[in-house]
Design a protein around this ligand. Structure first.
Ligand SMILES: C[S@@+](CC[C@H](N)C(=O)[O-])C[C@H]1O[C@@H](n2cnc3c(N)ncnc32)[C@H](O)[C@@H]1O
Length: 290
């Protein structure tokens, strides 16, 4: 192995500057993950700052920085994302799980705390990140995950198989449309927790290139008011949840009011409210089935 003669800390510093100059919004965080990926093959690796960086790793990093500067999401470059402490594989064709979803997941796990053998449902599962995080935290849970898009489903299957191999309770993946009024009807009235991070962007909105150009549109856009799939999620929650069961639905920072109104209109929910993400922004709406 030939070495480039520079320390990891210096390489991170330069990479962060390159990404800042290219207009990235989190240049240092991106640089740390891409350097770790180039050097150790793991974006989350903790490496000493004085580690010498090989010429090969330096060349790999150059390619990654060029792709990131062209707005490819970091997670597609490293092939991984983490939610609830569970790592999932991601790549083109599947939505990248976001840190914004952690509080929704935490709320859901709290709902399940008193239930010995809960049934949980994750609608619009994408990579299956939410479902797998629930299964990881609650090994006695039966977790059902629903996805429509065939590419997303392939990522979900790959992640579900990997977690099961590592000892987690397998989840049940369903190929289905969340807007189907008969969705998961065998579970009617029996579900303890329903979580969903559905598409919620108003059709026609122009998003930053990390989403607009790189992530699958069915994961993002949801009709003229952004609420088409959310309406179906609310209807499914009213039907699937047992009395006392909880629902949490992710949305954008201006949709808490409309989503709470949709839940109120069902007439079967109580304790309707919303939660915030790590930016203190309204991010998910919750309710309990009467
Ligand atoms: C915002 S992504 C969320 C993925 C995952 N839950 C997460 O948090 O990373 C929304 C997902 O919903 C799926 N989806 C969109 N419309 C759907 C529908 N009608 N039925 C089932 N899945 C749908 C998309 O393919 C996409 O994978």
């Amino acid at each position: 192995m030939s070495t480039h003669g520079r320390s990891l800390a210096a390489v991170v510093e330069d990479a962060a500057k390159t990404l800042a100059d290219a207009g990235m919004w989190a240049p240092r965080e991106d640089a740390e993950r891409l350097v770790a990926h180039a050097v150790a093959g793991r974006a989350g690796a903790r490496l000493p700052g004085d580690l010498p960086v090989s010429d090969e790793a330096f060349a790999r990093l150059g390619e990654l920085l060029a792709r990131r500067a062209a707005h490819e999401p970091v997670e597609y470059l490293t092939g991984r994302a983490v939610l609830g402490g569970v790592e999932v594989a991601v790549g083109p064709g599947v939505f990248i799980p976001r840190k914004h979803t952690e509080p929704l997941l935490a709320w859901g796990l709290e709902v399940l705390r008193e239930v010995a053998e809960p049934t949980a449902v994750d609608l619009c599962t994408g990579s299956a990140a939410i479902a797998l995080a629930v299964a990881h935290a609650r090994p006695t849970a039966s977790v059902h995950a629903v996805e429509l898009d065939p590419t997303a489903l392939r990522w979900a299957r790959r992640n579900a198989d990997r977690q099961a191999t590592q000892g987690d309770t397998p989840i049940v993946l369903h190929t289905a449309d969340v807007t189907d009024p008969a969705l998961l009807r065998d579970l009617d009235g029996s579900v303890d927790l329903l979580l969903a991070n559905p598409p919620f962007v108003v059709e026609g909105t122009v998003l930053p290139p990390e989403w607009q150009e790189h992530q699958p549109w069915p994961a993002l856009f949801s009709g003229a008011d952004g609420l088409v799939v959310i309406r179906a999620v609310v209807a499914a929650a009213a039907r699937l949840l047992r009395p006392g069961g909880g629902v949490a639905i992710e949305h954008d920072d201006e949709q808490a009011e409309p989503v709470m109104a949709l839940l109120r209109a069902q007439g079967v929910f109580t304790g309707i409210g919303y939660g915030v993400d790590h930016w203190d922004t309204p991010r998910y709406t919750t309710a309990r089935r009467k």
